[in-house]
Ligand binder design. Structure first.
Ligand code: SAM
Length: 291
């Protein structure tokens, strides 16, 4: 069987179905067999695994996943691609094709059916990379890992550590829920049509428990968002200016002092453990002020 990574084959399949690629759905189809093999290997898909593939397109990656996995559920928003998938995946009885927006699909129910063996694998549509990944992480889905191709710039922000310009709220959120690992760089010529940006395969291995203990994770994330809301400001000013947190400048200064941190420090200098400690101290001082 000709692999769909053959550019001529991809074009022929689309032509046969009278389809053209839709920019609004982020349709950049993979045409490089080595990259495809790299994704499947990085995801470490086993026969005992259930795979959720987001955006199967014409089924290029799906075929390889179906060969490696026990079961694949492929969720595709574009209903025009469903007849194509029914054709390209006809030889794979272990694939379920679902025509739905992934942001509306009940992943928790699939995870429950998978009984702890769920892995998420995708060449993601770039226009909604962050909402998809954050809904997977924050949804507390009991998946083992998320292995996805995304824009290089977003991957670098996800995997960044303190200090650099890529480091921010996204890096901290990812690190709270997962262990990120950059797997491979993928240039634009591995897709049709070529995207405007370079891509990266990233693997997020989900944690069983967060790496830091905090009394109120929602407050921790509110502090993190406020800390990076106004990047050029000091942490003290960013947090005291964020009305929703209800913190005074003096409160923030005192908490930083208690942690032996400079009151002019910026958010990008703090790691996750320091943010967790700061959030707990700030919340405690707010309670004390109120009582
Ligand atoms: N997996 C294919 C490949 O590697 O060639 C296609 C990848 S393409 C970058 C992204 C796919 O996601 C497209 O098929 C697109 O129609 C689909 N898609 C876009 N938005 C989606 C959504 N909200 N839910 C599910 N699929 C979506």
């Amino acid at each position: 069987m000709t692999r769909l990574t053959d550019p001529g084959e991809t074009t022929a399949v689309l032509k046969r179905h009278g389809l053209s690629l839709k920019k609004r759905f982020g349709q950049n189809f993979l045409i490089d067999a080595r990259v495809l093999d790299r994704i499947v290997a990085a995801a470490d898909v086993q026969k005992t695994d259930t795979v959720l593939e987001i955006g199967p397109g014409i089924g290029t990656l799906t075929q390889a996943l179906a060969e490696a996995a026990g079961h694949v559920t492929a969720v595709e928003i574009d209903r025009d691609l469903i007849p194509v998938l029914q054709e390209t995946l006809a030889a794979y009885p272990n694939v379920e094709i679902v025509n739905q927006d992934i942001l509306k699909y009940d992943i928790a129910a699939l995870a429950a059916r998978a009984e702890g063996s769920l892995k998420v694998v995708a060449n993601l549509p770039y226009y909604i990379t962050t909402p998809i990944i954050m809904s997977l992480l924050e949804g507390d889905i009991p998946a083992k890992s998320i292995t996805v191709m995304i824009q290089k710039e977003v991957a670098e922000r996800m995997a960044a550590g303190p200090g650099g310009k890529e480091y921010g709220a996204l890096s901290l959120a990812v690190r709270y829920y997962a262990e990120p690992e950059l797997i491979a760089n993928v240039p634009p010529n591995c897709f049709i049509p070529r995207p405007a940006v370079s891509s990266v395969v990233i693997r997020l291995t989900l944690r069983q428990t967060p790496p830091v203990q905090t009394k109120d994770p929602a407050f921790l994330f509110a502090v993190i968002r406020a800390a990076f809301g106004q990047r050029r400001k000091t942490l003290t000013n960013s947090l005291a200016n964020a009305g929703s947190l209800g913190l005074s400048k003096a409160q923030v200064q005192q908490a930083l002092k208690d942690m032996e941190l400079d009151e002019n420090i910026r958010g990008e200098a703090l790691d996750l453990a320091q943010f967790a400690e700061l959030a707990d101290r700030l919340q405690e001082s707010s309670w004390k002020e109120r009582t």
